[in-house]
Design a protein around this ligand. Structure first.
Ligand code: BTN
Length: 258
């Protein structure tokens, strides 16, 4: 693993990663980031680890990652945004990571609602946004990012839908360079997004999203909604044109019918 000093020496950001916490192993970088945020840690702080014993995925799932192969980190943000905009930070993070992945691999990276990045239709990155509110005010956001970088074996049930950068390029990827590229992109995009201006972010996210116009199923806790995905709502939900009219969904398992 690279050292904290090595990373800080090459970091050129104004905010993101300037406070950096590096661990060989943690339960979850999101859990650690939340503890630090509750204790008043500054925004821009990043918690990076080589392995998680209790990596968290969306919808209460587990995020698995082989030790020392991938990038697993969380950032603390304190965006000055209205409650309704709190979910939009995930799109700023998605396009930042997509740009860094593209720059590193030269492969094209797609966004899938709500927060997956895909290469060739397979997931290579998951993002987990955990917001904390005090009444109507957003006190902090923790954004966890898991990128499959150099892992090349995945369990049978995931093989058809999951990939890594090494698998797609056929080359081992320099995780340090990739991490620094991600820090730069996050730093650049948070400048406007952190003030509630998501215009550029949403334009780019919409351009990278290949779901629009396609039949899409969203299911959650046994309830399924199907329809044509037609766009994002102002607060980041997915708008589906269903047989009963337009419906906006905010979470769930998403399947796009190609
Ligand atoms: C998803 O389900 O797609 C979101 C996965 C997010 C995983 C990352 S890995 C780093 C950070 N810490 C966690 O416990 N989860 C996120």
């Amino acid at each position: 693993m690279y050292s904290k000093e090595e990373l800080l020496e090459e970091l050129r950001t104004d905010l993101v990663g300037q406070k950096l916490f590096l661990f060989d192993s943690l339960d979850s970088t999101n859990a650690c980031a939340k503890t630090l945020a509750e204790a008043g840690m500054d925004e821009g702080a990043v918690i990076l680890t080589d392995f998680q014993t209790e990596g968290r995925g969306r919808l209460g799932r587990v995020w698995q990652s082989e030790p020392g192969k991938n990038l697993l980190f969380s950032c603390i943000f304190r965006p000055a945004v209205a409650k309704e905009q709190a979910g939009l930070l995930t799109f700023a993070v998605a396009i930042s990571i997509a740009r860094a992945l593209e720059h590193t691999t030269k492969l094209s990276v797609e966004c899938k609602w709500p927060n997956d990045l895909l290469i060739g239709g397979k997931k290579c990155c998951g993002i987990l946004l955990e917001n904390s509110f005090n009444k109507e005010t957003l006190t902090y956001s923790v954004v966890g990012i898991g990128v499959n970088v150099n892992q090349t074996g995945f369990e049978e049930s995931l093989r058809a839908s999951v990939t890594s950068l090494a698998q797609e390029t056929g080359n081992e990827i320099d995780r340090k360079k990739l991490f620094l590229a991600m820090m730069n992109e996050l730093d650049a995009h948070y400048k406007a997004a952190g003030k509630g201006d998501f215009r550029t972010v949403l334009q780019e996210w919409n351009r990278r999203c290949t779901m629009f116009g396609k039949e899409t199923h969203v299911s959650r806790e046994g309830v399924a909604i199907s329809g044509k995905a037609i766009g994002l709502s102002a607060d980041g939900g997915l708008i589906l044109e269903t047989a009963q009219g337009k419906e906006t969904v905010y979470a769930g398992d998403v399947t796009v019918i190609q």
